[in-house]
Design a protein around this ligand. Structure first.
Ligand code: NAI
Length: 333
């Protein structure tokens, strides 16, 4: 067995963490022979609830889980961590727009960036789930200047998984048979789900998803459904997506840690180098491949005119969020 790794989950008493912790602790993310210690961060009023989560982790009798540290101290939570799932934030309630969340949440990510900078390993891999995820990841990275910017990512994998399911259902195949659906941009209603480079396997034959998916379905049903799926879940459950968000967080970190499969790419929001005309320096969701713990933006893909104009909108939103977040952090708002 490899040495013990340290993994922090913030918002550890919350609903996403409740699904996430079991999957991490049983080896689904870092491998089934990787021992780990879990650091669980939440706020002081949640320490009683968190104790219940710790009891349940103990009662799962998980062979890989060596240690559990519940805490309300960021210093202790981030000490020597190899991987960080930053889930803790105020969730979006019914009728609440993402912008309302921004001011409340970016300060949390400023503090956590500073703590990561001081206490985490410089190689730490950070996945931000708490919304607005892309901008929170940017803020966190900004306040952790000693950690490479490539180590900060935000989650659009839930959007990818939602899109992949819809494409598979439409084509009458399993989700496993669909590859390379892309989510571009922000994890918000301006995100750009894109099937132009997707392919699928049916009856042993590999085909491009287009033109088998007609344009009318793609533009008028698929894209809005994926963009608004989070709001639809909230309307139905009166709570935001949790089981599916936890699964997506595991998929994201597993692929980053263990590598993507040959011929497949996944969507991750990463620091933009200006590829595909995205603004440089924001956390933008791109198709990436991963190997040896590093991600690489897939280059040379077809981007249709319709997708390109939508990329401008999501880019504009990310630039506005960045400016607003930095103003909040600097006390100007
Ligand atoms: P929840 O309300 O059930 O849990 C959040 C937890 O975070 C609570 O236990 C709360 O006490 C804790 N928390 C608040 N401030 C904290 C701080 N400063 N440090 C540590 N913990 C803190 O919420 P849930 O459903 O688990 O969602 C968490 C976040 O994930 C929300 O921001 C939500 O919008 C976001 N989300 C993101 C998705 C994505 O695809 N990127 C999908 C679904 C949810």
């Amino acid at each position: 067995m490899a040495d013990v790794i340290r993994v922090v989950v913030t918002g550890a008493a919350g609903q996403i963490a409740y699904s996430l912790l079991y999957q991490i602790a049983k080896g689904d993310v870092f491998g089934h022979n990787q021992k780990l210690a879990l650091h669980l961060l939440d706020i002081p009023p949640m320490m009683g609830v968190l104790q219940g989560v710790v009891m349940e982790l103990q009662d799962c009798a998980l062979p890989l889980l060596q240690e559990v540290i519940p805490t309300d101290s960021v210093d202790m939570a981030f000490k020597d961590v190899d991987a960080a799932f930053l889930v803790g934030a105020m969730p979006r309630r019914e009728g609440m727009e993402r912008k309302d969340l921004l001011a409340a949440n970016v300060k949390i990510f400023k503090d956590q960036g500073e703590a990561l900078d001081k206490y985490a390993k410089k190689s730490v891999k950070v996945l931000v789930v708490g919304n607005p995820a892309n901008t929170n990841a940017l803020v966190c990275s900004h306040y952790a200047p000693s950690i490479p910017k490539e180590n900060f990512t935000a989650m659009t994998r839930l959007d990818q998984n939602r899109a992949q399911y819809q494409v598979a259902a439409k084509l009458g195949v399993g989700v496993i048979d669909v590859r390379n659906v892309i989510i571009w941009g922000n994890h918000s209603a301006t995100q750009v789900p894109d099937v132009a480079n997707a392919s699928y396997t049916k009856n042993g034959e590999s085909k491009r998803a287009l033109p088998d998916l007609d344009n009318n379905w793609v533009n008028n049903e698929f894209v809005p459904l994926v963009q608004k799926r989070g709001a639809a879940v909230i309307a139905a459950r009166k709570l935001s997506s949790a089981m599916s968000a936890a699964k997506a967080a595991c998929d994201h970190m597993r692929d980053w840690w263990q590598g993507t499969q040959s011929g497949s790419f996944v969507s991750m929001a990463v620091i933009s180098d200006g590829s595909y005309g995205a603004p440089k320096g924001v956390i933008f969701s791109f198709p990436v491949t991963t190997s040896g713990g590093q991600w690489t933006i897939v280059q040379g893909l077809t981007v249709g005119d319709q997708v390109r104009s939508k990329l401008e909108l999501t880019a504009k939103e990310l630039l506005e969020e960045r400016d607003e977040a930095m103003a909040v952090c600097e006390g100007k708002l």
